[in-house]
Design a protein around this ligand. Structure first.
Ligand code: KIV
Length: 265
């Protein structure tokens, strides 16, 4: 299977073909998910919650991310587009960000992801000017959960929506080549997607995004004690894990997922 490049992802956006992304934290799932054709593997710091058992992603360290990125890369010997999350406080200055990002790239990431709007612009510029591709992440940014007062939908008020639109454009201008939009109203995500040349990947952001991402454990229905409005449990009707992941790919590609009930108005 051909390893995708950023140019391939932009071409998918231009052809209005939806992009699939899933989180993955180990070699076995990486091999399975890449082999089934998911375009982007995200080594998400959500591993702090679904692998390590914390209530937030805040405790995750760069060492944790390096370990899991290495595991995922080892499962994709024939190549895959791997995005590695820069964890909490690992990119609070350009120099710290460069050191953290270099470690993830050397562990096998194709691109790094960081959370935030205006304040991360100099960091995005600094990394991209040094050959490190960046995926930005706005809307609900889980590393700021304590400041946000919980895992809440973002961009509902006019001022917050305007800020999010402006942040998206500024992040693209600063060099970001992919943008995750998490838990934002459907229309806002659609407007942002239409205003950018880089692909947007939504989670709780509606079907107009250029692609979709879910946390693997959520879409397999095994996240203990939790269910989220924006998630579909692809194992709900039984079947195998392979079938569930194939069903996710098919549902995203055919724009059958996310449906109205997974969106925020
Ligand atoms: O860490 C993660 O899994 C993420 C996704 C929720 C987008 O950032």
């Amino acid at each position: 299977m051909k390893t995708l490049t950023i140019a391939d992802l932009i071409a998918l956006k231009q052809r209005s073909e939806k992009i699939t992304m899933l989180t993955v934290y180990d070699a076995t799932f990486a091999s399975l998910i890449a082999g089934l054709g998911v375009e982007i593997l995200l080594v998400g710091d959500s591993l702090g919650m679904v692998v390590q058992g914390h209530n937030t992603t805040v405790p995750v360290t760069v060492d944790d991310m390096v370990y899991h990125t290495r595991c995922v890369a080892a499962g994709c010997q024939r190549g895959a587009f791997i995005v590695g999350d820069l964890p909490f406080q690992s990119y609070d200055s350009p120099q710290t960000a460069l050191q953290s990002a270099a470690r993830l790239m050397q562990a096998g990431a194709t691109m790094v992801k960081l959370e935030g709007g205006a304040w991360v612009l100099p960091i995005v510029e600094y990394l991209t000017q040094r050959g490190i591709p960046v995926c930005a992440h706005i809307g609900l940014t889980p590393q700021s959960v304590h400041q946000l007062g919980g895992f809440k939908v973002q961009g509902r008020e006019a001022e917050a929506a305007a800020q999010l639109r402006a942040d998206a454009i500024a992040l693209q201008t600063a060099g970001a080549q992919l943008l995750v939009l998490e838990c934002v109203p459907r229309q806002l995500a659609a407007d942002v997607t239409a205003s950018l040349t880089i692909p947007t990947i939504g989670i709780g952001a509606g079907p107009e995004c250029d692609g979709q991402v879910l946390v693997l454990h959520d879409m397999l229905g095994i996240t203990p004690g939790k269910s989220f409005k924006f998630v579909r449990d692809f194992m709900a009707n039984g079947g195998t894990i392979k079938e569930a992941i194939a069903a996710y790919i098919a549902a995203v590609k055919s724009i059958e997922f996310p449906a109205e009930e997974h969106c925020f108005a």
